[in-house]
Design a protein around this ligand. Structure first.
Ligand code: FMN
Length: 369
C-alpha cells in the first residue's frame, strides 16, 4: 500500500540504500543465516513479550527509530508515529530533522519520547536542541554518529535537478498521486524541518537552504571527547547510535553512555558495511552487561526481532517497517505495522517452544547459508 500511495521521490527516500545497495540487501540476508531450533512438548500457553530497558519494563522489545522528514509519508507523520508508539507503550525516537517541533510531539502524543541528536558544528545550536529535549521531558538522547559525512544516495540525485528541486518527471509523478497530495501537501504545503526552524539562517525553512545548512553544520570532527561534553549537559539517558565495532562499544561503555544502537543507518550511509546483526553477538558479549544494546537495520518480521534478542540485543529499533505503515495509513497504519510485529513475535515464541524472550538465546544456530 505504501508503494502505491507514495510518489516515487518519497518512496525511494523511504526505501533506498546507499550506492549499489549491497548493504541494504545484506541487512535482510543476514537474518537468513540465523536459524531456530525449536523445543517441543513445552507448555507455551502463556507468553511474555516484555523486556527490561533502563531499569524499567517495556511490553515489547521494540522502539521506533528516528527518521527525518516523516511528514513526507503522512500528514504530521512524527505525531502519528509517536502516538502509535505510545499506544503500544514503546519509545518513539524523534529525529533532529523532523517536520514537527519536538515540543509539539511531546504535548500531542505523551508516551515515551526520546530525542535523536546530530552534533552540529555550532555547539550553541546543539546545546539549545538538547535543552529543549530536556525541557520537553524526553527520557533519552540518542546521538547519531554515522552521518558526519553524508552517504551517497543516488536515488536522491535521480529525482532532483539540484538539491530540493525535483525533476519534471518526478513532479508529474506527484500529480499522479492525488491521495498523497491531498494528505501531505494540501494542509500546509511541503513539510519543512520545523524542529530546527529557529536555527536556520533568516528562519528560512526552504528545503534547499535547510539542506545546505545541515551539510555545512554536520560536524565531522566529533570524537569520544564530545561524549563527555554531551554527558555534562544532558541530564538523562544517553545513547550512541551507529556502532559496529566491538572496541568502540567498549570505549562507549567506559565513557559511561547508557546505551548504544548497533546500526549501519539502515544501509543509507556506507555501502559495503557489515550488517548490524552480524556484529551484534560480539558487541553484546563485550558490553551487554554494562549498557543497553539496541540494534536496527532490516527488521521486517517478528522472527527477525526474536533472533536479535536471542543474539544479545535488549531492544530493536524499527525504521522502514513502521514507515511503511505510516505511509499506507497514517497513525492507524503505523499501529497496524506494530500489531503485525507483536503478533509475529508472540507466534514465534510459541513455535519456538519458549515463553519469554530471555529464553531465545539458546534456541539459535548461526549457519553459513
Ligand atoms: C527515511 C529514513 C530517514 C532516516 N532519518 C534518520 C535520522 O534523521 N536520524 C537518524 O539517526 N537515523 C535516521 N534514519 C535511520 C534509522 O534511524 C534507522 O537506523 C534505520 O532506518 C534502520 O533500518 P530499517 O529502516 O531497515 O529498519 C533514517 C532512515 C530512514 C529509512
Amino acid at each position: 500500500m505504501a508503494r502505491r500511495r507514495l510518489p516515487a521521490f518519497v518512496r525511494e527516500y523511504l526505501e533506498g540504500g546507499a550506492e549499489d545497495e549491497v548493504t541494504l540487501r545484506r541487512n535482510r540476508n543476514a537474518f537468513e543465516r540465523v536459524a531456530f531450533i525449536s523445543k517441543t512438548l513445552t507448555d507455551v500457553s502463556r507468553r511474555d513479550l516484555s523486556v527490561e530497558v533502563f531499569g524499567g519494563k517495556l511490553p515489547l522489545p521494540l522502539a521506533i527509530a528516528p527518521t527525518g522528514s516523516s511528514g513526507l509519508f503522512a500528514h504530521r507523520g512524527d505525531l502519528a508515529l509517536a502516538r502509535a508508539a505510545a499506544a503500544f507503550g514503546i519509545p518513539f525516537i524523534q529525529s533532529t530533522v523532523s517536520t514537527l517541533r519536538l515540543e509539539t510531539v511531546a504535548e500531542g502524543a505523551g508516551g515515551r519520547h526520546w530525542m535523536q541528536l546530530y552534533m552540529l558544528k555550532d555547539r550553541a545550536v546543539t546545546e539549545a536542541i538538547v535543552a529543549r529535549a530536556a525541557g520537553a521531558g524526553c527520557e533519552a538522547l540518542v546521538l547519531t554518529t554515522d552521518t558526519v559525512v553524508f552517504g551517497n544516495r543516488e536515488w536522491d540525485r535521480r529525482h532532483y535537478i539540484r538539491p530540493g528541486r525535483l525533476q519534471l518527471s518526478s513532479k508529474l509523478d506527484v500529480l499522479a498521486h492525488p491521495r498523497w497530495m491531498w494528505d501531505v501537501l494540501v494542509p500546509n504545503g511541503v513539510p519543512l524541518f520545523e524542529n530546527i526552524l529557529e536555527f536556520l539562517p533568516g528562519r528560512n525553512a526552504n528545503p534547499v537552504r535547510t539542506r545546505a545548512f545541515l551539510v555545512q553544520q554536520m560536524d565531522p570532527s566529533i570524537t569520544f571527547k564530545d561524549i563527555a561534553w554531551l554527558k555534562s549537559i544532558w541530564p538523562r539517558k544517553l545513547v550512541v547510535k551507529g556502532v559496529l565495532d566491538v572496541d568502540d562499544a567498549r570505549r562507549l561503555a567506559d565513557a559511561g553512555v547508557d546505551g548504544i544502537v548497533v546500526s549501519n543507518h539502515g544501509a543509507r550511509q556506507l555501502d559495503g558495511s557489515v550488517s548490524p546483526i552480524e556484529v551484534l553477538p560480539a558487541i553484546a558479549q563485550a558490553v551487554g552487561a554494562r549498557l543497553c544494546v539496541m540494534v536496527d537495520g532490516g527488521f521486517r518480521r517478528g522472527t527477525d526481532v526474536v533472533k536479535a534478542i536471542g543474539l544479545g540485543a535488549h531492544l530493536v529499533l524499527l525504521g522502514r517497517a513502521t514507515l511503511y505503515g505510516l505511509a499506507a495509513g497514517g497513525e492507524e497504519g503505523a499501529k497496524h505495522a506494530l500489531s503485525i510485529l507483536r503478533e509475529e513475535i508472540d507466534r514465534t515464541l510459541g513455535l519456538l517452544g519458549v515463553t519469554s524472550l530471555s529464553e531465545c538465546a539458546t534456541r539459535l544456530r548461526q549457519t553459513s547459508t
